[in-house]
Design a protein around this ligand. Structure first.
Ligand code: PLP
Length: 388
């Protein structure tokens, strides 16, 4: 242990602890209901029943049909299935070759569209964002061409917390007859995900971001949306995601999704108060500090900053010695710190962009945790600036 005995976890955008009720819901599927959900015997059918119950429960929360849900091995895999699956299906029918996205997407989207471009000849347009990381739906509309097959815009940004206007973007895509995928991995439990009310065609989630287990994700695929499977094999998940299904994981994902949705309004209000206190305190007490992301349209649990001339990674290590877990989005190329592609796209220069720091609040956090951060962070930044 470092300088402090207090342990404060403020990295809930990276991952969350599994809720005890979620663990409880999963346990039978590791023991007495261990069967393969594809087996016709009683052991298999007990697992299959659990799986279908989980699918119905998740569909109920999301406002969609159970058949529109595909369980995957992670959020990254759900995103890959959405993008590759839709792009390959479009290619099969000669519908077009052009994908529209943004420069602030998570690697799951960014690397996948880059590979579709570099290895398979798809064309990719990244619509610029403003200083808050917002994409303008009108700019997006202008980027759509007659050969555009897919638009992918994240619901909420992992690094700077900005919430995009997904409802309006979906409308634009629907009017143009283009499929719309949203990476909602950071959004579950934080913004409403009512699919019957939106024009989203494909939506990716990951259980470990909302108090569910790791190794299970979900892709919502609107009925009728053509998708080529990315993994080939058997006919699990209606042929869309072959591989023996992680039933315990699916049960845990559904239980966690229900829990975070039930508590969403109250918990978001609680965390928003803590977040705002943290933001105000940091900006007031540390010179040359700025909030990153949108001041209002941002995740209720998310506070992210840049500190001029200090490396975010060093701040993270300094905080760790004080028992505080946070994260930094800055990248490191050949030893030289650089702003992350997200901050660079938002216009941050090198001296500001290297100093990125993210706090993401969750269930266990309270006023004292915020006070502890405000107690130690100004000294850490000052020491680093002084070269210590
Ligand atoms: N998309 C976003 C916005 C994320 O924040 C993450 C994880 O950090 C992912 C996708 C990938 O999810 P997973 O960790 O389940 O692969």
């Amino acid at each position: 242990m470092g300088l402090s005995d207090r342990r404060v976890y403020l990295d809930h955008s990276a991952t969350t602890p599994v809720h005890p009720q979620v663990v409880e819901s999963m346990a039978p599927y590791w023991s007495e209901r261990f069967g393969n959900a594809a087996s016709p015997h009683a052991f298999g059918q007990a697992a299959a029943n659990g799986l279908e119950q989980a699918r119905r429960a998740a569909a109920d929360v999301l406002g969609c049909h159970p058949a529109e849900i595909v369980f995957t091995g992670s959020g990254t895999e759900a995103v890959n299935l959405a993008l590759r699956g839709a792009a390959w299906a479009a290619r099969q029918t000669g519908r077009g070759n052009h994908i529209v996205t943004t420069p602030v997407e998570h690697h799951a989207v960014a690397s996948t569209v880059d590979q579709l471009r570099d290895l398979q000849g798809f064309e990719v347009t990244r619509v610029p964002v403003d200083e808050y990381g917002h994409v303008d739906p009108d700019d997006l509309a202008s980027a759509i061409r007659s050969d555009t097959i897919l638009v992918s815009v994240m619901a909420a940004n992992n690094e700077v917390g900005t919430v995009q206007r997904v409802f309006r973007i979906g409308q634009v895509c629907r009017e143009r007859g283009v499929l719309f995928h949203t990476d909602a991995v950071q959004a579950a439990g934080r913004i409403p995900l009512e699919l019957d009310d939106t024009n989203v065609d494909l939506l990716a989630l990951s259980a470990h971001k909302f108090y569910g287990p790791k190794g299970i994700g979900l892709l919502y695929v609107r009925r009728g949306v053509p998708l080529v499977p990315v993994i080939t094999g058997g006919d699990h998940e209606r042929g869309r995601r072959p591989g023996t299904v992680n039933v315990a994981g699916a049960v845990g994902l559904a239980a966690a999704l229900r829990l975070v949705e039930e508590e969403r309004v109250a918990e978001c209000a609680r965390l928003r108060r803590l977040r705002d206190r943290l933001i105000k305190g940091v900006i007031a007490s540390i010179p040359d500090s700025r909030l990153t992301g949108h001041p209002v349209h941002r995740l209720s649990n998310h506070a992210s900053f840049v500190f001029r001339g200090v490396e975010g990674r060093s701040i993270v290590l300094g905080l760790d010695l004080e028992g505080i877990a946070a994260s930094s989005g800055a990248a490191c190329a050949e030893g030289e710190p650089e702003p992350s592609p997200v901050l660079a796209a938002m216009g941050f220069s090198q001296d500001w962009g290297i100093g990125s720091l993210r706090f993401a609040l969750g269930h266990a956090n309270d006023e004292e945790d915020v006070a502890h951060v405000l107690d130690v962070l100004p000294g850490i930044v000052a020491r680093l600036r002084a070269g210590g």
